[in-house]
Design a protein around this ligand. Structure first.
Ligand code: MG
Ligand code: NI
Length: 476
């Protein structure tokens, strides 16, 4: 067994391991992506008062606290049996869209653009955001500014950048002021221009990534996401589930996400703590589906904002109506950034956004609640059962990274089979294995209950099961 350390840091969030098996001829026969830490949030929340859940759940993850905050508050809304006031619903939407902008910007510019701009085989010492800033300063500046745009909205609404406790059961804790609204609206044109400029850069360079687009998790699958129940447009905070197959046939349409257990099973594999949800009627593992930016673009009729919809039309014109390459998560992410920016502008321009009534109060009226929303990485379910005093009895979370678990495994295998031979792992091959995972932007913080970055480990096993190579990268 040999072990080498490759610097610099990996650009994947969390703690993950990839085990690759090779046959006698050196060809890759199997690859597994696994998450190796226990996630305990479903158990440690039992016994807590329900009203503490949103702010507590926001601590699951340092990467996407706002997503958990929203799904949790929605589960609590159902337990209270309240209708969230209109202005509060809109303000929650704004916060969710801002989270998507900042999270997508982090993935695209900080984690993924170094490969896209500098090349998958370029020197790892400069294959990072600093290297991007040196080669293409405007691209790096746009990325930093877009991330800040999203963060500042979250901060404006929630008062704090991390773990904002502003979303509460029944609504939000404080209404929006005229000054806050005007500040956010004032930032929209600049953010919009930066998103459009990045899309132009991406489209000009698309042809240069043809090799990766063809081999980075390119296979037909099902796709799932929330859509607006009347229009079929994208819905990020409140919507109905749609599941389409690889040809676009609707397996689920306009379906209330609440009985998700009717549609989704959760398989457990011994090698990973990350569950593998699957579409029940097709069984495991045939019921593999994808969620997140590419899946959402595939399931929706339209996004619902004009400039982003023109981009979506071009995306479909160039890639087909249902693109199956996970590499295209990148393009999808950029289109969603633009859509979210413009939609924030639309929502905040509405007449009742400054309403002072932003929270409904009630006691426990239902003993069970399910909250569903689109997190940056895909559909997020929070499912709680309480007693009559509102004390949590049981919790199930189905997180976006879990939905994509089967697809990530399949994608890692495809990349390993193309780029790894025997125990030879070129740095560029290791980077491609990581890059296909990065395309899904897994939130391993969510799945591991471990904040911050941890090393990725790649192990290669001989036909007799012997570990022949171990490659690790050091954490940030
Ligand atoms: Mg669960
Ligand atoms: Ni997360």
């Amino acid at each position: 067994m040999s072990e080498i350390i490759i610097e610099p840091v990996t650009r994947i969030e969390g703690h993950a391991k990839i085990a690759v098996s090779v046959g006698p001829d050196g060809a890759v026969t199997d690859a597994r992506f696994s998450v190796t830490q226990v996630r305990g949030f479903e158990r440690i929340t039992v016994g807590r008062p329900m009203h503490e859940m949103p702010s507590f759940m926001a601590r699951i993850c340092g990467i996407c606290p706002t997503s958990h905050l929203l799904a949790s508050a929605k589960a609590c809304d159902e337990i209270l049996g309240v209708t969230v006031p209109r202005a509060a619903r809109h303000l929650r939407r704004v916060m969710n869209l801002a989270q998507i902008v900042q999270s997508h910007a982090l993935n695209f510019f900080h984690l993924s653009s170094p490969d896209l701009l500098l090349g998958f085989d370029s020197d790892p010492a400069t294959r990072n955001i600093a290297g991007v800033a040196a080669r293409a300063p405007e691209l790096a500046r746009d990325g930093i500014a877009l991330r800040k745009f999203g963060q500042q909205i979250i901060e404006t609404l929630g008062g704090k950048r991390v773990h904002p406790a502003w979303v509460v059961p029944g609504g939000v804790s404080t209404p929006l002021s005229t000054e806050q609204r005007d500040n956010i609206l004032g930032a929209i044109p600049d953010a919009h221009a930066r998103a459009v400029r990045t899309l132009e850069w991406y489209k000009e360079n698309l042809a240069s990534w043809a090799e990766e687009a063809a081999h980075f998790g390119s296979f037909p699958s099902l796709y799932m996401g929330l859509v607006h129940h009347r229009t079929g447009n994208a819905a990020y905070s409140d919507g109905h589930l749609r599941m389409v197959d690889a040809e676009g046939h609707r397996l689920l349409d306009d379906v209330d996400p609440r009985p998700y257990w009717d549609y989704l099973g959760e398989a457990v594999e011994p090698y990973s703590y990350l569950k593998s949800p699957f579409y029940k009627p097709l069984g495991y593992p045939a019921g593999l589906y994808r969620v997140g930016p590419l899946a959402r673009l595939n399931v929706v009729d339209k996004l619902g904002s004009p400039v982003a919809d023109a981009e979506l039309a071009e995306f479909r014109l160039r890639l087909g109506r249902f693109p199956h390459g996970s590499f295209h998560y990148h393009w999808a992410r950029l289109i969603e950034i633009l859509h979210c920016i413009d939609t924030i502008g639309q929502i905040l321009s509405g007449p009742d956004i400054l309403d002072q009534d932003v929270r409904a109060h009630a006691a426990v009226n239902n003993l069970e609640g399910v909250g569903v929303s689109e997190a940056p990485r895909g559909t997020l379910f929070h499912h709680y059962r309480v007693d009559k005093d509102g004390i949590i009895q049981w919790v199930n979370l189905v997180i976006a990274t879990g939905h994509n678990n089967l697809a990530m495994n399949r994608s890692v295998l495809q990349v390993a089979q193309r780029y790894i031979k025997g125990d030879e792992v070129r740095e560029g091959a290791l980077n491609r294995v990581e890059a296909v995972i990065r395309a899904y932007d897994p939130c391993l913080s969510c799945s591991t209950h471990a904040l911050g970055q941890m090393p990725l480990v790649l192990e290669i096993f001989a036909p007799d099961g012997e570990l022949v190579r171990r490659v690790t990268r050091s954490p940030a």
